[in-house]
Design a protein around this ligand. Structure first.
Ligand code: ADP
Ligand code: ASP
Ligand code: MG
Length: 439
């Protein structure tokens, strides 16, 4: 069985939904995961924002235009009155329910329920469409099997043990369909897997069902060697090892959510990135096989803050780094990059929620300085230390760019640079020329 996950743009209009239905019907008994139609999750969060600020009018206006948008979709998607009526009624019920939120106290539990409606809407619209086409489709509610544990992590045992019987109970099904992103938490309330989390649903479902392949269908033909939003002339990468894909996803390649690599890697299920708008393009295959000595791609992550602590007490001392790390630990703030010298240590973070408290506490151990508006540019590929020559090619590309930190050796898969955000485009262009054009 293959998992087919379609992102927001892939189901962003009635025409796209029809196209996706065609792709689904080409497969043999696929398990389909859908995101919300593009823009819907943002709109629902906007509504939540109004309700949290007690602006009922803003919430109602936004819900009214959302309803009009979905009524338009319903009127263009279906060919029969029966299907239009069923889908129209579903949309009306959802929107009527959401409007009741404007009359009650709005809590974070309601916010999660509100945000979950995007995926519920898209899967029901697709369900009614496939049904109208005569396809034997089974809609399995993600809320019946996608569950978080007490630590807020997906409970893979629960997911496998609940999903397998649900699938086995429908031998007649030609297509299984479910919602990406949404789940239940340990308290059995509606929750989600964070923004972009439908990719995570697809890989958790793939692992739970021991799928042959997990296909992530989006609006571009695979992982490109540089971020196409920043640099022109990017090219798709045909093959990535899981670790390489994880580094790229974590360091800003939005095409893939970083969390989705781990379940697929552990279950050894290949992930394929494919383009809904160009379904015959080869895309990118991600699996456990290495390509020796090849640099694959460059990604970049914005909104990075660099923190430096200088201290003569670090000289020949032990326990200094532990004390520094404990401060970050106490504020549950992850460190991305780290560089040390005998008298100082520089680190980067992207979660600035507790920045001022962290700086305050670090001042106990040395002189602290902070650089804002930085970015990490990350070069990814097989960079095992015994390979020679790749460092000079990478560094040569950076010769005109002021670099604040360099990190290599943490894994065999990346060299990362910390630069000013304003230098990102220049750095990525230079890396593209040096690494991918010349060879
Ligand atoms: P979906 O809605 O299907 O989940 P996303 O918007 O999350 O799609 O991801 C696809 C987008 O990722 C592309 O349109 C592209 O702009 C962006 N992107 C960023 N970096 C890369 C990259 N290295 N390769 C391909 N796409 C990338
Ligand atoms: N709809 C959710 C979002 O916009 C989840 C997803 O698309 O993956 O973040
Ligand atoms: Mg996405």
């Amino acid at each position: 069985m293959n998992i087919m996950k379609f992102g927001g743009t892939s189901v962003g209009s009635p025409e796209r939904i029809k196209k996706v239905a065609e792709l689904i019907c080409r497969e043999n008994r696929p398990f389909v995961v859908l995101s919300a139609m593009s823009g819907t999750t943002n709109t629902l969060l906007e509504v939540a924002g109004y309700l949290l600020n007690r602006n009922q009018e803003g919430a109602i206006d936004t819900l009214t235009s959302l309803e009009a948008k979905y009524e338009g979709v319903v009127s263009r998607l279906y060919g029969t009155d029966a299907a239009r009526e069923k889908a129209g009624q579903y949309v009306k019920d959802v929107l009527d329910y959401l409007k009741t939120f404007t009359k009650k106290l709005f809590t974070s539990t309601q916010e999660k329920i509100l945000v979950a409606q995007g995926e519920l809407l898209s899967t029901h619209l697709m369900y009614f469409y496939l049904e109208e086409k005569g396809v034997k489709v089974v809609l399995l509610p993600a809320l019946d099997f996608m569950k978080l544990n007490q630590q807020g992590e997906p409970d893979s045992d629960f997911i496998s043990s609940s999903l397998a019987p649900l699938v086995a109970g429908h031998p007649e099904a030609e297509v299984f369909l479910t919602q990406g992103f949404i789940c239940k938490n340990a308290q059995d309330e509606i929750d989600n897997l964070q923004r972009g989390g439908s990719d995570y649903t697809a890989s958790l479902v793939g692992a739970a069902l021991n799928a042959e392949e997990i296909q992530i269908w989006t609006d571009i033909d695979g992982m490109h060697n540089v971020d196409p939003r920043v640099v022109r002339d990017s090219r798709p990468v045909r093959h990535l090892q899981f670790e390489e894909a994880a580094e790229l996803a974590y360091f800003g390649a939005k095409i893939l959510h970083p969390t989705c690599i781990q379940p697929a890697k552990f279950a050894n299920i290949p992930v394929r990135l494919l383009n809904t708008m160009n379904p015959d393009a080869e895309g990118t295959l991600i699996d456990n096989n290495p390509d020796h000595g090849v640099i694959k791609a460059v990604a970049a992550k914005d909104n990075i803050v660099a923190i430096k602590i200088k201290s003569s007490r670090m000289l020949l001392a032990h326990g200094f780094l532990r004390r520094v790390f404990e401060i970050f630990e106490s504020y549950r703030t992850p460190i991305d990059m780290i560089c040390t010298s005998e008298v100082g240590v520089s680190m980067t973070i992207d979660d600035t929620t507790h920045l001022s408290s962290i700086i305050h506490d670090l001042k106990r151990y040395g002189t602290v300085s902070v650089d804002l508006d930085m970015c990490i540019v990350c070069v990814v590929g097989d960079m095992e230390w015994e390979n020679v020559g790749f460092e000079s090619r990478v560094l040569d590309a950076m010769k005109d760019i002021p670099v604040r930190m360099i990190s290599y050796g943490g894994s065999n898969y990346n060299i990362s640079f910390l630069l000013k955000e304003e230098d990102k485009k220049r750095a990525m262009e230079a890396l593209r020329r040096n690494l991918f054009e010349k060879c």
